[in-house]
Design a protein around this ligand. Structure first.
Ligand code: NAD
Length: 501
C-alpha cells in the first residue's frame, strides 16, 4: 500500500486536495491496494469548466475528424485490452476471461459509434408544401454526466461514452469508488487516440460528486447505472434540475424452465448465468422457475455442476484461471450471507451453502461460495429483493402461466429467459412478459450494440435505453427546420392566418 488515485481533468492526471478518501481493495486478497480521492466542490467545478471548454472545441470539429479519433480509440482498445482486463480483475475480482468479455461487449459499442455519421444524420422532406422543404438536424447536448456502478467498470461506461463522444458531446464520468482505475486507463487511451483535452473527464468521488453533476446547469444529461433506490434518486433529482435522464436500476432475473426443455443444457446455463462474475451482474439469473415435475432433477444437475466449480483469485494461480472470483467487498459478502440467513429463517432449504467458504492461501479474500436454495417462499425478502451474489433460488411452479404471473408480479423488469423447445410457448412468453430483455434458450440476453439495453419497471427510470438508436437519440437534440426561399411567384403577400398546406 498504497498509491493514491485521483481524477483525469483537462487531458491529464490531477491529484486531489480534498483530503477525503475511500479505500480500494483487491477483493481476492482482501488487502487495500489504493486510496481513492473523493472530489470536493472545487474539483467538481474544475472538471465541469474543463468539460465545457472541451465541448466547445469538440462539437465544432467535422464529423470526419471526430470519426478519425473514434477509430483510433477502437484500435488502441483492441490492441491493449489485456492491460485493462488486468486492472478490472485486480479491483473488481472477476476472472480475467470475464473481464475480457466485459471489455469486448463495451468495444462493440465503440465499434457502433465509429459509424455515428449514419446514426445522427437528419431527414429531409422536399416540397412538403409548395416551395417549402422540411428537414431535421441532430446536435450534441453539451456536457453529459455518466455515473457507473462497480460491477462493470469498463463496459457500463462504454455503454454511453462512445455514443456521447461520437455525437459531439463532452463526458464527465464518475466511476464507482470501488474500482476507479479502469476509467483512468480509458482516459489515457482517449488522449493517445487524439481526443481534445476536456472531452473525456474522470471525476472520482461519492455522493458529493454525484450531486454536483445532478444539479450543475452545465450538465445537460445524466446516464446512471446502479441500484434501484439510487437510480430513482438520480432520476428525480436530475429531472428536477431540467436534465435528460436515463437511470438503470437493479434486477431479479428469472429463468422459466418448461418440462420439455433439455435439462442438461438448462443446468449448464443456470450455473453460467447464476454464478458467473459471482452473481454480480445485473443480468445474472437469480431465480430458476421450474415448471414441475422437473425441479428435483434440475436441482440434482445444478448441484453436480457446482461441485466442480473452481473458486479463487480471478487473476489465476500459476497460470490457471478459476471459474469464479470473490465478491467486491467484505460488507457486500456479509450482505449476501444475510440474505441466505433470511431465506433459511423463512423456511427455505439451503441445498448448497456458500456462507463459510474459504480459499486456501486467500483467507482474507471476500469469497462466497456458490449457493443453491430450494423451497423458498415467494413472500420472503430473500426472494423479492436483489441479492447480487452467487445465490441461485429454485422456485417450483405448476404451469407456464403461474411462472409468467410470478415474474410479472415482481418489482423489477430487467432480463428474463425461457428454456423450452415449444416455439408457441416461447412466443407467448415474449408477448406477455413485462420485462425489457428476453432470452429464448439464451440465459443472459444482453442485446448487441445496434439494439439497445434497458429494462422495465424499477430496472429503468426514464424512457431511453443505453446504446443503439436509443443512445444516439438520448445524446442528441433534434431541430426541425421549415424553409422557403422566397421568389415573387410563390410569395403569397400579407396573410395573418395560421400556415396551412
Ligand atoms: P450503487 O447504486 O451503490 O452505486 C452506483 C453509483 O452510484 C456509484 O457510482 C456510486 O458512487 C453512486 N452512489 C451510491 N450511493 C449514492 C448516493 N446515496 N447518492 C448519489 N450517488 C450514489 O450500485 P453498485 O453497488 O455500484 O452496483 C450494483 C447495482 O447496480 C446492482 O443493483 C445492479 O443490479 C445494478 N446494475 C444495473 C445494471 C442495469 O443495466 N440495470 C447494470 C449494472 C449494475
Amino acid at each position: 500500500m498504497t498509491n493514491t488515485i485521483g481524477h483525469w481533468i483537462d487531458g491529464a492526471h490531477r491529484a486531489s486536495r480534498s483530503g477525503r478518501t475511500a479505500p480500494v481493495y483487491n477483493p481476492a486478497t482482501g488487502a487495500q491496494s489504493a486510496e481513492l480521492s473523493l472530489a470536493d466542490a472545487a474539483e467538481i467545478e474544475e472538471a465541469l469548466a474543463s468539460a465545457q471548454r472541451g465541448f466547445e472545441v469538440w462539437s465544432r470539429l467535422s464529423m470526419a475528424k471526430r470519426q478519425t479519433v473514434m477509430f483510433a480509440f477502437r484500435e488502441l482498445l483492441n490492441a491493449r485490452k489485456k492491460e485493462l482486463a488486468a486492472i478490472i480483475t485486480a479491483e473488481h475480482g472477476k476472472v480475467l476471461s470475464d473481464a475480457m468479455g466485459e471489455i469486448l461487449r463495451g468495444q462493440e459499442v465503440v465499434e457502433l459509434a465509429t459509424g455515428f455519421p449514419h446514426l445522427i444524420k437528419g431527414a429531409f422532406s422536399e416540397n412538403a408544401s409548395t416551395g417549402i422543404d422540411v428537414y431535421s438536424i441532430k446536435q450534441p447536448l453539451g456536457v453529459v454526466g455518466i455515473i457507473s456502478p462497480f460491477n462493470f467498470p469498463a463496459m457500463v461506461p462504454m455503454w454511453f461514452f462512445p455514443v456521447a463522444i461520437a455525437a459531439g458531446n463532452s463526458v464527465v464520468l464518475k466511476p464507482s469508488e470501488k474500482d476507479p482505475s479502469a476509467a483512468l486507463w480509458m482516459a489515457e487511451l482517449w488522449k493517445e487516440a487524439g481526443l481534445p483535452d476536456g472531452v473525456f473527464t474522470v471525476l472520482q468521488g461519492d455522493k458529493e460528486a454525484v450531486d454536483g453533476l445532478l444539479t450543475d446547469p452545465r450538465v445537460q444529461s445524466i446516464s446512471f447505472v446502479g441500484s434501484t433506490p439510487i437510480a430513482q434518486y438520480i432520476y428525480e433529482t436530475a429531472s428536477k434540475h431540467g436534465k435528460r435522464v436515463q437511470a438503470l436500476g437493479g434486477a431479479k432475473n428469472h429463468m422459466l424452465v418448461l418440462p420439455d426443455a433439455d435439462l442438461d443444457l438448462v443446468a449448464d446455463q443456470a450455473v453460467n448465468a447464476g454464478y458467473g462474475a459471482a452473481g454480480e451482474r445485473c443480468m445474472a439469473v437469480s431465480v430458476v422457475l421450474a415448471v414441475e415435475p422437473v425441479a428435483d432433477e434440475l436441482i440434482a444437475k445444478i448441484s453436480e455442476r457446482i461441485a466442480n466449480l473452481r473458486i479463487g483469485n480471478g487473476a489465476g494461480v500459476d497460470g490457471v484461471e478459476p471459474d469464479m472470483g470473490p465478491l467486491i467487498t467484505a460488507q457486500h459478502r456479509d450482505k449476501v450471507a444475510g440474505y441466505v440467513d433470511i431465506a433459511e429463517a423463512d423456511g427455505a432449504k439451503i441445498v448448497v451453502d456458500g456462507r463459510d467458504f474459504r480459499v486456501d492461501g486467500h483467507e482474507d479474500g471476500f469469497f462466497f461460495g456458490p449457493t443453491l436454495i430450494d423451497e423458498l417462499p415467494t413472500t420472503s425478502r430473500a426472494y423479492q429483493e436483489e441479492i447480487f451474489g452467487p445465490v441461485l433460488q429454485v422456485i417450483r411452479v405448476e404451469s407456464f402461466q403461474e411462472g409468467v404471473d410470478l415474474i410479472n408480479s415482481g418489482q423489477f423488469g430487467n432480463g428474463t429467459a425461457i428454456f423450452t423447445n415449444d416455439g408457441g410457448a416461447a412466443r407467448r412468453f415474449q408477448h406477455e412478459i413485462q420485462v425489457g430483455m428476453i432470452g429464448i434458450n439464451v440465459p443472459i440476453p444482453v442485446p448487441v450494440a445496434y439494439h439497445s439495453f434497458g429494462g422495465w419497471k424499477a430496472s429503468l427510470f426514464g424512457d431511453a435505453k443505453a446504446y443503439g438508436v436509443h443512445g444516439f437519440d438520448f445524446f442528441t437534440r433534434e431541430k426541425a427546420i421549415t424553409s422557403r426561399w422566397l421568389d415573387p411567384a410563390t410569395h403569397g403577400g400579407i396573410n395573418l392566418g395560421f400556415p396551412q398546406n
